[in-house]
Each structure stands twice: as structure tokens, then as C-alpha cells.
Design a protein around this ligand. Structure first.
Ligand SMILES: NC(=O)c1ccc[n+]([C@@H]2O[C@H](COP(=O)([O-])OP(=O)(O)OC[C@H]3O[C@@H](n4cnc5c(N)ncnc54)[C@H](O)[C@@H]3O)[C@@H](O)[C@H]2O)c1
Length: 372
């Protein structure tokens, strides 16, 4: 198969869909790889790395789209990219179609077969191509929170690990899933006193078994949440209710009960945020002050560490990308129901029920799409 990787064109997107290592593997499997010039530059992969891997570098995205059988990307295709997709071409990338009718319509009209990273599943009921970005955002959260806590940034002026004779920062993590667990581990590693709140008892049992000596757990009742929040120097919001907007767990009125200069890091901002006063910010202007409480609410946190994020995403996508290339999308999806769960659009029809429901579009079952 001929695999193509264009440069990402969404603003502030520095990741790339295919790493040079993934190109090496694809070529070793007998495939051809074409990459747009500078596609990897934002992640620290110059064209030379792809050439050394055996890939061909071309000057424009159009050449990538026109000559290849499968496009591997990071972000959903932008309007100009969608025009270049063609019937029968495979698109493997994040799509997030439910809130995006324009993209859905264009993908259906293109006739391409679009497999969305975010709906590929694993045998534990997880989302293996979303998890690496949650791991990155979770591990980054205490790092940006620690910076926010510095006096010059409007924070409380508290050091995460304290020093001998001075206690550490108190960090409360709300939501003990992928983001929350990684955030708690790093905050504890920085020497902070960390408590994770969750509403799932099985999850808290797991966290207590595995990380009992590293951080504490507490049930996320409204009473516990505000009690721990009052004592916190940093609160990390990491909740997720699948398919729903994040619940608001700290209200504007409650900000007056927090310590002045406390840092709120709302990782759940991409689902609307879990603090009432959260609004999405960018890496250029990441923090703002409401009533003396500093908020960090960047919706695309992994973008800050594009190289780590690209490599982590590439590690997760590579086996699926190789299966699609080796077997063709039909056989690959027939052999792997979890990859089939990623199928969102095929030959002009929507094949993912939740997106159809959100947009009021009829859906062809993915199993029937395999027979088309
Ligand atoms: N800002 C970013 O760049 C970025 C990057 C990655 C993920 N995220 C977001 O981070 C959030 C967490 O993602 P995840 O992968 O860790 O999800 P996850 O499903 O692994 O974990 C969510 C946890 O929240 C818990 N939870 C649900 N409701 C709760 C409540 N009311 N109180 C306490 N806990 C509650 C669940 O039991 C679960 O353990 C999501 O909104 C995700 O979209 C944001």
C-alpha cells in the first residue's frame, strides 16, 4: 500500500501522523511511504529522518493526497484537505465528527473510508488511541500547575515539594482515570501531598492497591470535594462522563472558599470544563485570574510537548496502521472488531451510530459496510 502523511495545517498543531520509525516499519512490511516536506519539523523530525527511513518527500499536501492509498494524520482534515480526499482512499486520523456536521458531510461526499482514532476500542473497554494523549495531558498538568503557582504568574507562591521544614503543596485531583492517575503520580513525584477524588469505587480500589503509598484517595461527594478543595494549593480537573459535558464541580461562589492564589488546572476543558469559571485558553495565553484564583484551561495540552505526543500517538497507532496497510481496511476490520469500531464513514455513508444520532443522519452498520 502507498501510505501518505501530509503536514498538519490546523493552527498550533505541531504533531505529525507518521514518525520516521513508523515509516521504517511500514517500508519493512513492503509498503511505500510519501511525506510532505516539513511534516515532522514541529515534532523535531526533519525531512532527512524520513528520507533515511526510505520515505519519499514531496513539496505539497496535494501530491500526498493525489498519489497515496491511505492518509495518516493527527487532526481532523480541514476544509481544503477534505477536497483532496477521493473515493476509496483510507483516512486514518482523529475526526471527532459528532459536533462537526460540515466535516461529516464533506467526508461522506468524498467517498473515502474514514477510520477515527477516538472511536477505536480495546478489549478492556478503553480507547487506546485517546489514552496516550490523556497520559500526556495528565503528566503535564502538575508541571503547568506548578508554574501557575509561582508568584510571578499570579499563583500562591508555593513550591510543589516544599523544602526541609516547610510542607509540600497540597494537590487535589478530581477524577482518577487516565489523566488523573498520571497527574497524581507526577505531582507526588514532585513531592506534593496528593489526594485523588473519584466516584467509582472499583477505580479507587485499583488506585489504592497500586498507588496506596504514593497518594491518597477520597470519594468525590460534593462535601468531600469542597472540603479538600479548601485546603488545596492546586486542583486538577480530570473527570469524564463519556458522551456528556463535564459536570461543574466547583462553582464561582465556591472560589471564595479556596486559598487565594490557588491554581485550578482544568484538563477536562475539552469537554466544557469541570469548574464553573473555566473557559478554554491557548498555549500563547494559558492562564487567567477569577477572584484571585488562577485558572489554566488549555484545550490542547499535548500540543505543548509535540515531540513526546507525536511519538506516544505513533506508538499507539502503528499496529493499526500496519494492519490497514498489510490487509486492506476490510480484512483488517473483519479481523479486529476494535478497529472496526473506528470506522466512521465509508463510501458516502456514515457508519458510526453515535455520530448519526448527534447529527440526525442515517447510519449504515459497520458490519454491512464490510460487505459493500
Ligand atoms: N485538555 C487536554 O488537552 C486534554 C487531553 C486529554 C484528555 N482530556 C480530557 O481529560 C478528561 C479526563 O480524561 P481521561 O482519559 O482521564 O478519562 P477517564 O474516563 O479515564 O477518567 C475519568 C474519570 O472521571 C471519573 N469521574 C466521572 N465523574 C466524576 C465526578 N463527578 N467526580 C469525580 N470523578 C468523576 C470517572 O470515574 C473516571 O475515573 C476528559 O474530559 C478528556 O477529554 C483533555
Amino acid at each position: 500500500m502507498h501510505i501518505g502523511c501530509p503536514k498538519e495545517i490546523k493552527p498550533q498543531e505541531f504533531r505529525v501522523g507518521l514518525t520516521p520509525n513508523a515509516a521504517v516499519e511500514a517500508i519493512a512490511h513492503g509498503h511505500q511511504v510519501t511525506v510532505e516536506t516539513m511534516a515532522g519539523a514541529g515534532s523535531g523530525f526533519p525531512d532527512e529522518d524520513y528520507i533515511a527511513a526510505g520515505a519519499k518527500i514531496v513539496g505539497t499536501a496535494k501530491e500526498v493526497f493525489d498519489t497515496t492509498d491511505m492518509i495518516v494524520k493527527v487532526k481532523e482534515p480541514q476544509a481544503g484537505e477534505r477536497k483532496m480526499l477521493r473515493e476509496g482512499q483510507i483516512l486514518f486520523t482523529y475526526l471527532h465528527l459528532a459536533p462537526d456536521p460540515a466535516q461529516t458531510k464533506d467526508l461522506m461526499e468524498s467517498g473515502c473510508t474514514a477510520i477515527a482514532y477516538e472511536t477505536v476500542t480495546d478489549r478492556n473497554g478503553g480507547l487506546p488511541l485517546l489514552a496516550p494523549m490523556s497520559e500526556v495531558a495528565g503528566r503535564l498538568a502538575p508541571q503547568v500547575g506548578a508554574w501557575t503557582l509561582q508568584k510571578a504568574n499570579g499563583g500562591r507562591g508555593v513550591l510543589m515539594g516544599g523544602v526541609p521544614g516547610v510542607g509540600p503543596a497540597r494537590v487535589v485531583v478530581i477524577g482518577g482515570g487516565v489523566v488523573g492517575t498520571h497527574a497524581a503520580r507526577i505531582a507526588a513525584g514532585m513531592g506534593a501531598d496528593v489526594t485523588v477524588l473519584d466516584r467509582s469505587l472499583p477505580r479507587m480500589r485499583y488506585l489504592d492497591d497500586v498507588y496506596g503509598g504514593t497518594f491518597k484517595t477520597s470519594y468525590a461527594s460534593a462535601g468531600n470535594t469542597i472540603e479538600l478543595a479548601r485546603q488545596a494549593d492546586m486542583i486538577i480537573g480530570a473527570v469524564l462522563i463519556p458522551g456528556a459535558a463535564a459536570p461543574k464541580l466547583i462553582s464561582r461562589a465556591q472560589l471564595s472558599e479556596l486559598k487565594p492564589g490557588a491554581a485550578l488546572v482544568d484538563v477536562a476543558i475539552d469537554q466544557g470544563g469541570c469548574f464553573e469559571t473555566s473557559k478554554a485558553t491557548t498555549h500563547q495565553d494559558p492562564i487567567y485570574d477569577v477572584d484571585g484564583i488562577m485558572h489554566y484551561c488549555v484545550a490542547n495540552m499535548p500540543g505543548a510537548v509535540a515531540r513526546t505526543s507525536t511519538i506516544a500517538l505513533g506508538n499507539a497507532t502503528m499496529p493499526f496502521m500496519l494492519a490497514l496497510a498489510d490487509k486492506g481496511w476490510k480484512k483488517a476490520c473483519e479481523d479486529d472488531e476494535h478497529l472496526l469500531n473506528g470506522l466512521n464513514v465509508h463510501a458516502g455513508q456514515l457508519t458510526y451510530y453515535a455520530v448519526g444520532k448527534a447529527l440526525g443522519i442515517d447510519v449504515l452498520s459497520p458490519q454491512l459496510a464490510l460487505k459493500n
